[in-house]
Structure formats: structure tokens, C-alpha cells
Design a protein around this ligand. Structure first.
Ligand SMILES: Cc1cc2nc3c(=O)[nH]c(=O)nc-3n(C[C@H](O)[C@H](O)[C@H](O)COP(=O)(O)OP(=O)(O)OC[C@H]3O[C@@H](n4cnc5c(N)ncnc54)[C@H](O)[C@@H]3O)c2cc1C
Length: 413
């Protein structure tokens, strides 16, 4: 065959492959290279190198939400919480920087924003969260003008919030509004309160942290956080429960009861599964979350598609955390390897640990174990396993940094 004819035929074959014919080698495509997606891509390659794994991630680099609150306090920098995707490439994952804009589960293809379709045998979707901006009147416009930030996806907003905290004069008020649970990282807002208060104590001691929490009380590690706040930051933090923010404008927010002024507005709106989950019909519950079979992480709505991480309808007492997303990824990777070989997946048992810094060096922890319960067909917390730290300590702070470095490496290196 002449070279020109060969190239023409090869081109036609690759287009046919892209248009939905089954790939010769099983191809698993992963949407989203955060904690869930990156881990799944890596472990699929590790556990079965014969699988062709493609990871589609819209951002050029991974930026970690865990530890990002320390950036706000000025205790670490963005470079410490950012990683590239070369570690996954070295493991044989094809990393494509693009955005998935549509999924056709019947044809087993997805569409990329820059053009072109991609075929898959099985699909993993780990898109994280998007915000329900309509729940807070005026949010979109206020965010676009820079009057309000969420900084609940680590990246440019983390940098912008740090700059606002640095620029504010001593004696100003920083306001953090927390949405009703479930939201990503139950203890995360209270860690943020602690980090900003620690910064104020050092640099702007007349400034205040005002917390408007839509929940009745601190939702995670409450006694440990409150003790740290009263002992380390007396007079700096004011906490108000049952204070749901319903509207925002430059310099103030409105709750169901009153209007509150502040100099820096950090309003975190309620969330739901990331946009692509909605577009792909994966959302099953309250127009927000994606229910899955916890033995495989396969969607209950769309066959052949596995959903991980924050986008899932959380199992009972399961937090939306990086720890969990990383574990979901291992359940899915193991199950997909078994399914592709015509075998049955094993029943999963997974562990969650969430550390929170309460000062530059001291941290507290909460852990839990979750096990498949065949009688109830659910993943349930194991009674008597896990718990919280007895007290805040520098030792827990060292473990927290070690946990972060370990999970970054486990997901990406
Ligand atoms: C301030 C803060 C502190 C936290 N601290 C902790 C902690 O200490 N411990 C802990 O365990 N958890 C912590 N978390 C929670 C943790 O960050 C999340 O639970 C975790 O990131 C969830 O992983 P994920 O894979 O579901 O989503 P993500 O990590 O958000 O990843 C989603 C990825 O998908 C990409 N994506 C989305 N849609 C598309 C698309 N259509 N096409 C291509 N790419 C797409 C996004 O760009 C993103 O990279 C914290 C969160 C916050 C906000």
C-alpha cells in the first residue's frame, strides 16, 4: 500500500474510532483531574496497564483546596498547593486539557469544547461542584464586579481573597457566610475562620471575623473549633448560627432577618454537582447530587458512567472531602478493572480523615470508616470506628501537612 493511501485509511479509522466504534483496547475516559478524577486515572493504569486511560481536565494545573486556607492566613503560598499533571503522564495516562461540554451515553462518546468527539468504553465523571448562584440574590453581578468572593475552588479567587485581606485596614470586618449543609468540606469554613483570625491577631489585631452560618451551629468538630477560637482569638471572632445570606451587594449582605455591613465579603453560595453532571443527566436528587451504586460508583441514572467525589449524593455521614473523593476513585478503578474482565467487584470499605488548622501550627482531626452493608444496599459508617482529636496540637499540624503531601502524591504522582 502506498504511503498516501495508508495515511488516508489510518485517518478514516481514527475518525471512526472517535465517532463511537469500540476502541480496540478498552478506553476509560475520566472527566475532571481533581482529587477524584486524577486518582482514578492513576489507579486504573496501575491496576491494569492494558487499559487506555484518557483524563480530560480544563485547567492547566491542579490547585488543592486542602491547605488553601493557610494561603489566606499567609502561612504558605500558592506554589505549595499547586501541582502539574506530568506524574500522571509518566504513568501512561493521556492528559487532555480541554472542557467536556456534552456526554452521549447511548453512543458512548463525549464532546470537547475545542471540537471533536471522543469514544469510551466506560466513563468516570468527577467534576466537583458548581454554585447555585440564584439562591443568593445579586451574587453573580457582585462576583463579576469583585465585590464578593467565594474562594471555595482553590485558584484565582484564593489569591484575590488573600490580597483583599492584606489590603484591608486594621479595624475592618471580614465576613464569611457558610451555606446550609451539605457543602464541600464540612470543617473547611471553620478552618478558614481560624486562619483569617490568626492573620488578624498577628497583623491587624483590631479587625474582626464575622461568621454568618446558615446552619444552626458549627457543623464539624464544633467544641474543638470553639475552644480554639475563645482561647487563641478572644474578641476577634463573632459567630452567628441560623444566619442564611439571601442577598449580596457591594459592602453588605442580607440575611433572612437583617442587613449586615462588612469590608471584605466572602460569601460561599450553596453548591450542586458540577455543570457537566447536570448536562449529562447524572443528577438524581434535589436537582443537586448524583446517586451511585457504592460498590462500583456507577451512576444510578446513566449506565456505564461512574461518578466520584463531591458530585455524588453523599452516603450517610459521609463528608464531601478530598479524602473521600480519593477513596471513591479507588472503588471505581477497582470495579472497572473487574467489570472489564467480566468479574464481580468486591465490597468496599473506605476511610475518611479531615484535618483542620486552628492556628499556624496546630490542627484538629475527624475520621470515620465506611463499609458496604449488603442488607441495606448502602455504604454505612462503621460504629465505634473513627472519632475526633482529644485536643488541638502541633503534632496534628505535622500530620495534617503529611496527609496533604501524601494525598497529592497518591492522586497525581
Ligand atoms: C477551603 C477548602 C478546604 C478543604 N480542605 C479539605 C481537607 O483538609 N481535607 C479534605 O479531605 N478535603 C478538603 N476540602 C474538600 C476537597 O477539596 C473536595 O472534597 C475535593 O476537591 C473533591 O474532589 P472532586 O474530584 O470531587 O472535585 P475537584 O477536586 O474540585 O475536581 C474537579 C475537577 O474537574 C474539573 N472539571 C469540572 N468540569 C469539567 C469539565 N466539564 N471538563 C473538564 N474538566 C472539568 C475541574 O477543573 C476540577 O479540576 C476542602 C475544600 C475547600 C473549599
Amino acid at each position: 500500500m502506498k504511503r498516501r493511501e495508508f495515511l488516508k485509511l489510518a485517518g478514516a479509522l481514527s475518525v471512526a474510532g472517535c465517532a463511537g466504534m469500540a476502541p480496540s483496547k478498552a478506553r476509560v475516559v475520566v472527566v475532571g483531574g481533581g482529587f477524584g478524577g486524577a486518582t482514578a486515572a492513576k489507579y486504573l493504569r496501575m491496576w491494569d496497564p492494558s487499559i487506555d486511560v484518557v483524563l480530560v481536565e480544563r485547567d492547566a494545573a491542579f490547585v488543592s483546596c486542602p491547605i488553601s486556607n493557610l494561603v489566606l492566613g499567609g502561612f504558605t503560598g500558592m506554589q505549595d498547593i499547586s501541582r502539574g499533571y506530568d506524574g500522571l503522564r509518566r504513568r501512561g495516562v493521556s492528559v487532555v486539557h480541554d472542557e467536556v461540554i456534552a456526554i452521549d451515553a447511548a453512543r458512548k462518546t463525549l464532546r470537547l469544547a475545542r471540537g471533536g468527539d471522543m469514544a469510551y468504553e466506560r466513563l468516570i465523571v468527577s467534576p466537583g461542584i458548581d454554585f447555585m448562584l440564584d439562591d443568593v440574590q445579586g451574587y453573580d453581578a457582585a462576583m463579576r464586579s469583585g465585590a464578593v468572593l467565594h474562594a471555595w475552588k482553590a485558584g484565582p479567587q484564593t489569591v484575590a481573597l488573600r490580597q483583599k485581606l492584606q489590603a484591608m485596614r486594621d479595624g475592618s470586618v471580614y465576613l464569611l457566610s457558610i451555606p446550609l449543609a451539605p457543602y464541600r468540606c464540612p470543617p473547611g469554613p471553620y478552618e478558614r475562620v481560624s486562619m483569617v483570625a490568626a492573620y488578624f491577631k498577628q497583623a491587624k489585631p483590631r479587625s474582626k471575623v464575622l461568621v454568618l452560618d446558615a446552619n444552626p451551629d458549627v457543623t464539624s468538630k464544633g467544641p474543638l473549633f470553639k475552644r480554639a477560637w475563645s482561647e487563641l482569638y478572644p474578641g476577634i471572632i463573632e459567630y452567628r448560627g441560623n444566619a442564611r445570606v439571601v442577598a449580596v451587594s457591594a459592602g453588605s449582605v442580607r440575611t433572612e432577618f437583617d442587613t449586615v455591613q462588612a469590608d471584605v465579603l466572602n460569601v460561599v453560595p450553596p453548591h450542586r454537582a458540577g455543570d457537566i453532571a447536570a448536562k449529562a443527566g447524572l443528577i438524581t436528587t434535589n436537582n443537586r447530587w448524583c446517586d451511585v451504586d457504592w460498590r462500583t460508583m456507577e451512576s444510578k441514572a446513566v449506565k456505564g458512567v461512574h461518578v466520584l467525589g463531591d458530585a455524588t449524593l453523599s452516603a450517610p455521614a459521609m463528608p464531601k472531602s478530598a479524602s473521600m473523593a480519593n477513596n471513591h476513585a479507588k472503588i471505581a478503578a477497582a470495579a472497572i478493572v473487574e467489570l472489564l474482565h467480566g468479574r464481580s467487584p468486591a465490597a468496599p470499605k473506605i476511610l475518611n480523615t479531615c484535618y483542620s488548622f486552628v492556628s499556624e501550627k496546630e490542627a484538629i482531626r475527624v475520621s470515620s470508616v465506611h463499609e458496604w452493608e449488603p442488607g441495606q444496599g448502602a455504604l454505612l459508617p462503621v460504629k465505634g470506628a473513627g472519632g475526633v482529636s482529644a485536643a488541638r496540637s502541633e503534632a496534628e499540624g505535622t500530620y495534617a501537612w503529611n496527609w496533604a503531601r501524601t494525598i497529592w502524591a497518591d492522586s497525581l504522582a
